[in-house]
Design a protein around this ligand. Structure first.
Ligand SMILES: *Cc1c(COP(=O)(O)O)cnc(C)c1O
Length: 371
């Protein structure tokens, strides 16, 4: 089945006894055993598994062409669980432009148990050179946050395979509709389902999908089920509901995104635009090769200092000035002030998540804010 069809049908392929067309929310934390001690419903206790979470995991595993998936209570918890599954002393090659919250885990939680380097992963030679005997994981994020850098998944997968290193890809900005890292050779894909999968800024979650149920994956599933940072049945229900429209929402985000990027490129008060769909983007050709379309995320530099940038971000009327991304409503954010003084993000950078409002209204708002 095509992604549009899978997204609608994968979460409710099983007919249940009450005949619901839309699957119910199964709030029960525990499930009946039979005379032989078995679990006829296939579930024992809802931390380990429950029908709504299984539906979500099956759907996203299919959309990402993986063998299995593990849903967590947040996107960040995907990073936590994968890092916890590595042998102490392992070395990780991570990107220099990386989702700040997961980078913070390495710097402040795993700093005594793991080794890591943050490098420019658009440089394949540098990746090769950074490999050590104890390198166990290459973590990539493409498109990256907040500079929208693109890393070549297929080429990095070749390097990882040759050295028996696991390749994990944070594919949140792309969603499973625009990019499928497993098809390009990645071992694990990660999504913050808080973003495009949820799509309505009302549910927090994360999900890992694996190409193969290998030893590392068994450890990750154990951390999910025994560690217990799992999403509630209601969160899983909301995500399954949202995923049904994912393919069509992505079409709208992509269509609006391209028009907004073009508007910003031509605006005299904009110094630079970071959007992989622009022919001038340094990795545009790689983006074209590995993505079906370019999404609705972009960043731009306001001409002027931090005050000029604050003025723009404080003048928007339609955009909500808030962190996060991937929802139906357009969001704008001054990344530097979210990330704090250690951040390398330029002080005049604004990150925008283009929503599904009419593109003329989105552009009109940016136009009046930019002056
Ligand atoms: C939001 C985000 C995360 C973290 O997800 P949460 O659901 O907020 O914990 C990780 N990676 C990227 C690229 C994100 O945008």
């Amino acid at each position: 089945m095509k992604p549009e069809t899978l997204a609608i049908h994968a979460s409710n392929l099983v007919k249940n006894t009450t005949g619901d067309v839309t699957p119910p929310i199964n709030l029960s934390t525990t499930f009946f055993r039979d005379e032989n001690g078995g679990y006829p419903g296939g579930h024992m206790y809802s931390r380990v598994s429950n029908p709504n979470r299984s539906a979500l995991e099956n759907t996203v595993a299919k959309l990402e062409y993986g063998e299995d998936a593990a849903a967590f209570a947040s996107g960040n918890n995907c990073g936590m669980s994968l890092f916890q599954a590595l042998k102490p002393g392992s070395h990780i090659i991570a990107p220099d432009d990386m989702y700040w919250g997961i980078k913070k885990q390495l710097l402040t939680i795993f700093n005594e148990t793991l080794e890591f380097d943050f490098i420019d992963q658009t440089d394949l030679n540098l990746i090769e050179k950074s490999i050590k005997p104890n390198t166990q994981l290459i973590w990539i994020e493409t498109p990256s946050n907040p500079l929208l850098k693109i890393t070549d998944i297929e080429e990095i997968a070749k390097i990882a395979k040759a050295h028996h290193i696991t390749l994990a890809c944070d594919s949140t900005f792309a969603s499973p509709i625009l990019q499928n890292p497993i098809l390009l050779g990645a071992d694990i894909v990660m999504h913050s389902s808080t973003k495009y999968l949820g799509g309505h800024s009302d549910v927090l979650g994360g999900i890992l999908v694996t190409a193969k149920k290998d030893e590392l994956w068994e450890k990750i599933k154990n951390i999910q089920q025994t560690g217990g940072a799992v999403p509630s049945p209601f969160d899983c229900f909301l995500l399954c509901r949202s995923i049904k429209t994912l393919a069509y929402r992505m079409k709208g985000h992509c269509e609006n995104g391209k028009k907004v990027a073009q508007f910003l490129v031509n605006h005299p008060n904009v110094e630079a635009v970071f959007f992989p769909g622009l022919a001038t983007h340094p990795q545009h050709e790689i983006a074209k090769k590995q993505m079906k379309d370019f999404g609705g995320m972009m960043s731009f530099l306001v001409k002027g200092d931090v005050d000029a940038t604050s003025k723009v971000v404080n003048s928007v009327k339609l955009f909500a000035q808030a962190t996060s991304l991937g929802g139906v409503e357009s969001l704008i954010e001054h990344r530097y002030s979210v990330e704090g003084p250690d951040s390398k993000t330029p002080k005049n950078l604004l990150r925008i998540s283009i929503g599904l409002e009419h593109v003329d209204d989105i552009i009109a708002d940016l136009e009046q804010a930019l002056g």
